[in-house]
Design a protein around this ligand. Structure first.
Ligand SMILES: NC(=O)c1ccc[n+]([C@@H]2O[C@H](COP(=O)([O-])OP(=O)(O)OC[C@H]3O[C@@H](n4cnc5c(N)ncnc54)[C@H](OP(=O)(O)O)[C@@H]3O)[C@@H](O)[C@H]2O)c1
Length: 130
């Protein structure tokens, strides 16, 4: 039987690769990222694939996404997080602290926020690749 899988950072890279893999195995997918244009092309009219725009830098955007996720799933089996940004690539003393904070929010803190928001789902597996 297929599983209910939520993938964060599904628009490209590892998340996109996993979305295509999981879609073939009878799973019900909810794919999150800021850009869903290319996902729309690939998963056009695919049954059981739902696309939700979400900016993990914004708690307001996460709140809106969670409302949609709760309409899609009655339960979640697996959450896979591949959403990530790279912090500033330069010497620490030259780098911008605001950019570091933003990277930590997207890569870590706001994922805790997302998890707390969907805590009503008893998620069996929670995988981080970022
Ligand atoms: N690629 C690999 O083989 C591999 C292997 C092991 C681990 N990893 C790790 O997995 C993570 C992702 O790697 P990747 O190569 O797949 O990176 P990537 O190609 O840059 O993809 C990053 C994903 O994160 C999403 N994202 C970025 N900012 C976001 C935001 N503010 N809100 C929501 N989604 C956001 C992007 O979607 P949008 O821009 O559309 O929002 C995109 O789907 C990294 O931490 C990497 O170290 C990768």
């Amino acid at each position: 039987m297929g599983q209910n899988i939520l993938i964060c950072g599904a628009s490209r890279g590892l998340g996109f690769f996993l979305a295509k893999k999981f879609q073939k195995k009878n799973n019900k997918l909810c794919l999150l990222s800021r850009n869903i244009k290319n996902l729309k092309k690939i998963f056009y009219k695919k049954k059981e694939v739902y696309l939700v725009r979400c900016d993990l830098a914004s708690t307001k955007s996460i709140d809106n996404a969670v409302k949609k996720i709760k309409k899609i799933f009655l339960k979640i089996d697996v959450i896979v997080n591949c959403a990530a940004v790279t912090g500033p690539v330069e010497y620490f003393h030259k780098s911008n602290i605001t950019e570091w904070k933003k990277a930590f929010e997207i890569d870590f803190l706001n994922l805790i926020y997302l998890k707390k928001k969907i805590n009503s789902f008893h998620v069996k597996k929670w995988r981080f690749y970022n």
